[in-house]
Design a protein around this ligand. Structure first.
Ligand code: FAD
Length: 282
């Protein structure tokens, strides 16, 4: 968010932009994001935002001068129950009104979209060809480079320790290296926002929720299919592995930086989603 804001401010001709990142750019949630970009939300505002965003992602290379593969391979939600199918049908009228091409699909069509996928336990699905996925870290790099070219200063390793407040206004930020005064302060600290805003006695209702992600090596057969999510059931938890295997898994997952591990992820779909949690697959 912070780097994107710096980019858009730069596009508007604002050159006096300072971004303070306590770690490295992308070190927060962005490094774990899967990059799913979809219109299939239930809230009209979300759908409209996605329509605007899709236009931007299509123009990304032209506007930033950097490469970013926005793979419009579609987004397929599948359901195993009638209840799940009803949930999928719920927002169809909204999509039609907003001109988003979303279709309900049967098992035969699902098999065409995702060759090899087991469909005998599915009731059907919902598919939008305009959805897809990008690469959060590639996008971040492109936005950051363009923001810098436009005059923004992006400083890493610079934590903001408090917001400076005078009366009803936030007038700057405090860092370990001193205070920075500014007419406008944008807080883009993701799930750490509530704590930072509390330093100016501002309450922001953002809470962090843990999400799980499993990474595989490249799976060429899955590289060109839509992103797939399950609508009515969360992914099943596998039985707890025996202790010896658990420690092997831990060792493997702790090797290398998140950035390095992501390099091994194929640009392929992500399967598995639940509507039960506060955040679902994007
Ligand atoms: C597993 C997973 C899958 C996801 N999949 C998708 C998806 O498919 N599609 C989608 O749209 N979204 C997805 N998301 C969500 C998406 O990744 C996040 O919404 C997005 O990255 C948030 O970006 P941000 O800039 O708001 O926050 P962050 O990336 O967390 O950036 C906040 C930055 O602020 C910095 N910071 C914090 N405190 C301070 C401070 N005091 N001073 C200075 N710097 C500070 C942090 O170091 C961090 O770099 C997913 C998230 C996860 C975890």
């Amino acid at each position: 968010m912070g780097v994107a804001a710096a980019f858009f401010l730069g596009e508007r001709g604002e050159t006096d932009v300072l971004l303070l990142e306590r770690d490295r750019l992308g070190a927060g949630t962005t490094k774990g994001g899967l990059g799913g970009i979809r219109h299939q939300f239930v809230d009209e505002l979300d759908v409209r935002l996605s329509q605007l965003a899709t236009t931007f992602w299509r123009e990304f290379e032209e506007r930033t001068g950097s490469r970013h593969d926005f793979a419009e391979r579609g987004y397929l939600f599948v359901a195993e129950t009638e209840e799940g199918m009803a949930q999928l049908r719920g927002p169809l009228a909204l999509y039609e009104r907003l001109g988003v091409p979303v279709e309900m699909v049967d098992r035969i069509r699902i098999r065409e979209l995702v060759p090899g996928m087991r469909v005998d336990d599915l009731r059907g699905g919902r598919f939008c060809e305009r959805d897809g996925y990008g690469d959060p870290l590639a996008a971040l790099a492109g936005l950051g480079a363009a923001a810098r070219l436009a005059g923004a200063h992006l400083v890493e390793g610079a934590a903001v320790t408090a917001l400076l407040r005078e009366g009803d206004r936030v007038i700057g930020v405090r860092t370990a290296h001193g205070d920075v005064r500014s007419e406008r302060v944008l807080v883009a600290t993701g799930c750490w926002t509530a704590a930072l805003c509390a330093t100016a006695a501002v309450s922001v209702p953002i809470w962090a929720y843990r999400r799980s992600i499993m990474e595989s090596g490249p799976l060429p057969a899955l590289m060109k299919i839509p992103l797939v999510g399950r609508k009515d059931r969360p992914l099943r938890q596998p039985p707890t592995p025996p202790r010896s295997r658990r420690s092997r898994c831990r060792r493997r997952s702790s090797r290398g930086s998140a950035r390095g591990r992501r390099g091994a992820i194929p640009r392929s779909p992500i399967c598995g989603s639940s509507t039960r949690g506060p955040v679902t697959t994007r």
